[in-house]
Design a protein around this ligand. Structure first.
Ligand code: PMP
Length: 380
């Protein structure tokens, strides 16, 4: 049976053009970008081209890009790197939204264990952060504020510009996790007004294991990995040149297709948001209806568990998820769904459908044909 993929938020297939662009960097162009000889320099040139392409794409300077393994590393780097420097100034307070990804929550919780103070700012029922709540939480000890660009679970897009107006007023570094938005909706670091921004290539049809942290010039962040001078001494370790080439190609494709894909996917998404509640009584749509990623539809169904729905969908050849793939094995209810006010039953009854480059109307037809019957059967 052909599988239908509705889990693009957890990862995307690598675009064949990106794979093709990467291939030479495993063979004849395999060099270490730090080697001074010709093969090394060829790798370095490709790495720097990728850096420039990414920088241009997010309106940053090339020297503000640190290539790394992805957004998990970027978030960990930003948080520990800011905390390490801020300790010298006696600052020990971090503000994070209560819907952040675990790669933000766990590093700040680790810091809390060593004496830092953390404020989790609540969100409203749509998952939106209120900039005023951020401002209220600020103290003279606040050293970092973290709010993601868009939720990987419920797709809500945050008012980042309004929040950065606050962070700038108080001159506090601002980290934006843009893992779900880069390549999907415009991401411009100057417009967003952030100081740090994390991303992963595999979320926009690039390869896995490569991403970047944008660090605005003048932001005081310590190095994350030690033991080499790569990435201007901000991240030691031999650079993943083939990965950077794949990321670069994926960006070039996104540059061409992003606007058109956003319109197309929004139409498919809106079909789901309209038709699923009509076909299935007791459906709740999670996340903001319009301030929402073009590719995200997220539901809770009364009287079923998301896990059983997913298993039945899988048997019909449909691959979807409940929410974050990173916590798929967890027995705890999603902190994001709890933060928007769902009880445990509703949180465990979640279904996330995320669309992408290869989603068609026929895929949506098939899902709409199978899903109502599955939910109905599981309810009896
Ligand atoms: N932040 C967000 C919002 C994400 O969706 C993800 C991936 N699920 C990450 C961070 C971590 O990205 P990666 O697994 O590529 O490190």
């Amino acid at each position: 049976m052909n599988k239908i993929y509705f889990d693009y938020a957890s990862t995307t297939p690598t675009d064949p053009a990106a794979i093709e662009a990467m291939a030479p960097y495993f063979y004849e162009k395999f060099g270490n970008a730090s080697s001074p000889h010709a093969i090394g320099q060829e790798a370095l040139a490709a790495l720097e081209e990728a850096r420039e392409t990414l920088a241009r794409f997010i309106n940053a300077k090339p020297q503000e890009i640190v290539f790394n393994s992805g957004a998990t590393e970027g978030n960990n780097h930003a948080i520990s790197g800011i905390a390490y420097r801020a300790m010298d100034r006696g600052c020990d307070h971090i503000i994070v939204s209560s819907v952040e990804h675990h790669s933000v929550i766990e590093p700040v919780e680790l810091l809390r264990d060593s004496g830092f103070k953390i404020t989790f700012v609540p969100v409203d029922a749509d998952g939106l952060v209120n900039p005023e709540k951020i401002e209220e939480a600020i103290t003279d000890k606040t050293m970092l504020i973290c709010v993601m660009h868009a939720s990987n679970e419920i797709g809500t897009i945050q008012p980042i510009q309004d929040i950065s107006a606050v962070t700038k007023k108080y001159n506090i570094p601002f980290l934006v996790d843009a893992c779900q938005t880069v390549g999907h909706i415009p991401v411009d670091v100057a417009e967003l007004g952030c100081d740090l921004l994390s991303l992963s290539a595999h979320k926009f049809y690039g390869p896995k294991g490569i991403g970047a942290l944008y660090i605005r010039e003048g932001t005081d962040v310590s190095s994350f990995l030690l033991g080499g001078d790569q990435e201007r001494s901000r991240r030691a370790s031999t650079q993943n040149v083939s990965g950077a080439v794949g990321l670069c190609e994926a960006i070039k494709i996104s540059q061409k297709k992003m606007d058109e894909e956003a319109v197309y996917q929004s139409k498919l998404r809106d079909r789901l948001l309209k038709e699923v509640p009509t076909l299935i009584d007791g459906t709740k749509i999670n996340g903001h209806l319009t301030k929402r990623l073009p590719n995200n539809a997220h539901f809770s169904f009364d009287g079923v568990t998301g896990e059983s729905v997913l298993m039945r969908l899988d048997m019909e050849g449909i691959c979807a998820s409940m929410g974050s793939a990173c916590t798929a094995g967890s027995m705890e209810a999603s902190h994001v769904l709890r933060a928007i006010g769902l009880n445990d039953d509703q949180a465990f009854a979640a279904l996330r459908i995320t669309l992408g480059r290869w989603t068609t109307d026929e895929h949506i037809d098939y899902l709409l044909e199978k899903l109502p019957g599955i939910v109905k059967e599981l309810r009896v």
